[in-house]
Design a protein around this ligand. Sequence first.
Ligand code: NAG
Ligand code: NAG
Ligand code: NAG
Ligand code: NAG
Ligand code: NAG
Ligand code: NAG
Ligand code: NAG
Ligand code: NAG
Ligand code: NAG
Ligand code: NAG
Ligand code: NAG
Length: 714
Amino acid sequence: MVWWLSWVVVVVTIIGDGGVSRADVVGYDGRSLIIGGQRKILFSGSIHYPRSTPEMWPSLIAKAKEGGLHVIQTYVFWNLHEPRPNQYNFIGRYDLVRFIKEIHAQGLYACLRIGPFIESEWTYGGFPFWLHDVPGIIYRSDNEPFKFYMQNFTTKIVNLMKSEGLYASQGGPIILSQIENEYQNVEAAFKEKGPSYVRWAAEMAVGLQTGVPWVMCKQSDAPDPVINTCNGMKCGETFQGPNSPNKPSMWTENWTSFYEVFGGEPYLRSAEDIAFHTTLFIAKKGCYVNYYMYHGGTNFGRTGASYFKTSYYDQAPLDEYGLIRQPKWGHLRQMHAAIKFCSATLLQGVQTNFSFGQLQEAYVFQEESGGCVAFLLNNDQKNNATVQFRNISFELLPKSISILSDCEHVIFSTATVKTEYNERTATSNQKFDSEDGWEEFKDVIPNFSDTSLKSNSLLEHMNTTKDESDYLWYTSSFQQNSSCSEPVLHIESLGHVAHAIVNNIYFGTAHGSHDAKGFTFEMPILLNNEMNNISILSVMVGLPDSGPFLESRFAGLTKVEIQCSKEGTFNFTNQEWGYQVGMLGEKLQIYNDQNLSNVAWSKTKISTNQPFTWYKTVFDRPKGNDPVALDLSTMGKGEVWINGQSIGRYWVSFQNSKGTSSQTLYHVPRSLLKSSENLLVLLEEVGGNPLRISLDTISINYIHEHSHYDHLYQ
Ligand SMILES: *[C@@H]1O[C@H](CO)[C@@H](O)[C@H](O)[C@H]1NC(C)=O
Ligand SMILES: *[C@@H]1O[C@H](CO)[C@@H](O)[C@H](O)[C@H]1NC(C)=O
Ligand SMILES: *[C@@H]1O[C@H](CO)[C@@H](O)[C@H](O)[C@H]1NC(C)=O
Ligand SMILES: *[C@@H]1O[C@H](CO)[C@@H](O)[C@H](O)[C@H]1NC(C)=O
Ligand SMILES: *[C@@H]1O[C@H](CO)[C@@H](O)[C@H](O)[C@H]1NC(C)=O
Ligand SMILES: *[C@@H]1O[C@H](CO)[C@@H](O)[C@H](O)[C@H]1NC(C)=O
Ligand SMILES: *[C@@H]1O[C@H](CO)[C@@H](O)[C@H](O)[C@H]1NC(C)=O
Ligand SMILES: *[C@@H]1O[C@H](CO)[C@@H](O)[C@H](O)[C@H]1NC(C)=O
Ligand SMILES: *[C@@H]1O[C@H](CO)[C@@H](O)[C@H](O)[C@H]1NC(C)=O
Ligand SMILES: *[C@@H]1O[C@H](CO)[C@@H](O)[C@H](O)[C@H]1NC(C)=O
Ligand SMILES: *[C@@H]1O[C@H](CO)[C@@H](O)[C@H](O)[C@H]1NC(C)=O
């Protein structure tokens, strides 16, 4: 039916009228946010500024706008902005003001989720590690030291936004702010200090007088006037609703996919499923839906939380590289357009609902003036349903919602995908297979006598490194007094990885996982009859980001023993241990061009499969504009730097249950690259083959594969 096609054109041109040119008062009532006197149904998408680059921001925001979004939502990342108490950083990828101004320039609104606890699969949930050493601190509780620093940072950010005129009340784009984050998940752990903290946080935030509403997500008792909002995959089914009839129904995190971890498998959520739940939420008088994430991006450097990959929500409507992912982007765009087309009636009409049977329902919005919008819902997962609505027969596809813009004609069905599918390909641009191109440096394994920090116990990992590095060496030296047959080294650790070296021989490695961070590892070793040196490298893959009492988490070794087959066990747990924080190459910053000569690089035959080895080479920038990624399939585990910037941790050797690596491609932002002589440095921990690394460009191909149900509409 050609009629449908012309409908689309009309609808699409209506997208994106959310201009914010003058100071808008933002209020709300039980139906929706009210901006500049107008009720709104808003679609929002999360894009986190440090997970991409300032050079990518304009195009990400433009694609979000074209996809039918009105709002860009971001967290604020405390540990990037205040790396030391009272020392702030807002430059480059951390330039929050520039990001918000870009949103404004494109005529969209912003939702600023200050937290400042954000979780977000971000290291330490966004807290700067120095908070750990504030005496008497208990995070996210009615605790004076914590409240001091939380208020201090929240005030800093609010003042910064105000000084740049960025709140809607000042003519800027920010229409909402968030304080705390999913606190209800942990509130009970703090007993009576939980509710009093929630009240304090709400009062503190409201007292900052931003002129726009505050929300608390997943917090059903959010105190007035803070709005409680829903996070999840299916808020249309699960949300109990606002805690006051004067508050609107809002969904701050509609998960477009799910986060992914090293050793995990991809999580796929179909465009149809997302559209179904979003439409259901709107049918139930929801007025704000945010897609978490609309663009996930990359956890550069050491910013990912425990065990998280660098690739973040790659399955979102805009993929890790900012490329449009179809049909997700296009299907949601059509849904936004359909709802936008109906929004006057949705906001002004009276809603009624009724059932057609056990699994079929209708939600109808009727205006006195005659305007009418209906949502016909088929909850049957397998079968079509034929329903009679106002004397017209409709065939509803399985698990679908059909939107009738005039209570007669279907303008959108969540299960009918009319967008072409696309597929991403990585094409090798440069190979690094020439021995001549590489130089290597084998990092130094410290022995007990080389370490200055000593203790008669196994120290907690984070408290010792202060997060200056992922790496902590535990070293010991001992005289074997009696014989030990078939010695086995037995190590217990609370996370995340350990490598064992005895008398300069590498005996192996073991690790935990996102779901079971602790692990035990046992391996046969060789001892000699004189002094023996044990050096164990404990490695963390990001700090924890969730749950209560983050300040007192434990990681690193908890037990070290040597078990003999006949003579019993030598217990080293409470022996004297020597410590070194970080690898030597890190301390000497040999990933920087200016610091390369701090060590002697070897140019002879490059070693493969050798632990604790640094590799370096140079490369030219690929021509064109396609995104760039490193294919590290043949490497093990480590970190990569390009021109001195860490693009993240890699962990290819951690395979999932299907025997494949959870991530082999690592995003290299184009803005890091010069036309030639780009420095690539890798630190390999377990052993890999750098000669098989390639530099790839990423592109999109369209596949002509329409939904089976297309003919219904043609
Ligand atoms: C934060 O605390 C410091 C003292 O530690 C103070 O100098 C600064 O003014 C405070 N900032 C805000 C925004 O309250
Ligand atoms: C939330 O997102 C999921 C998946 O992205 C989608 O199926 C669902 O419809 C969305 N719900 C809302 C209310 O947006
Ligand atoms: C109307 O919808 C609500 C939930 O949105 C549900 O609880 C109620 O049972 C529905 N009423 C009918 C008549 O189906
Ligand atoms: C549902 O209806 C469509 C269109 O009438 C038809 O093509 C399809 O086969 C039906 N599906 C099922 C599961 O009955
Ligand atoms: C539906 O059809 C019946 C019988 O033709 C008629 O009595 C009724 O008024 C119609 N209902 C609507 C809503 O048009
Ligand atoms: C952290 O280390 C300091 C010494 O640097 C020690 O006094 C303190 O007890 C340690 N804290 C924890 C939680 O281990
Ligand atoms: C070996 O003997 C020395 C001296 O008695 C003692 O200090 C050391 O702990 C013993 N080593 C082991 C592994 O028992
Ligand atoms: C540690 O001892 C081994 C022999 O066990 C030696 O090869 C290595 O060079 C020593 N490390 C340092 C830093 O001296
Ligand atoms: C142990 O380490 C020390 C200090 O680096 C070194 O001199 C010694 O040779 C090592 N012993 C063994 C058995 O490797
Ligand atoms: C070794 O010492 C630790 C700490 O004292 C203790 O927990 C562990 O049980 C001991 N192991 C054995 C085999 O006695
Ligand atoms: C690395 O080089 C820079 C610039 O020359 C210098 O400031 C810095 O101190 C060097 N770092 C190390 C560890 O040598």
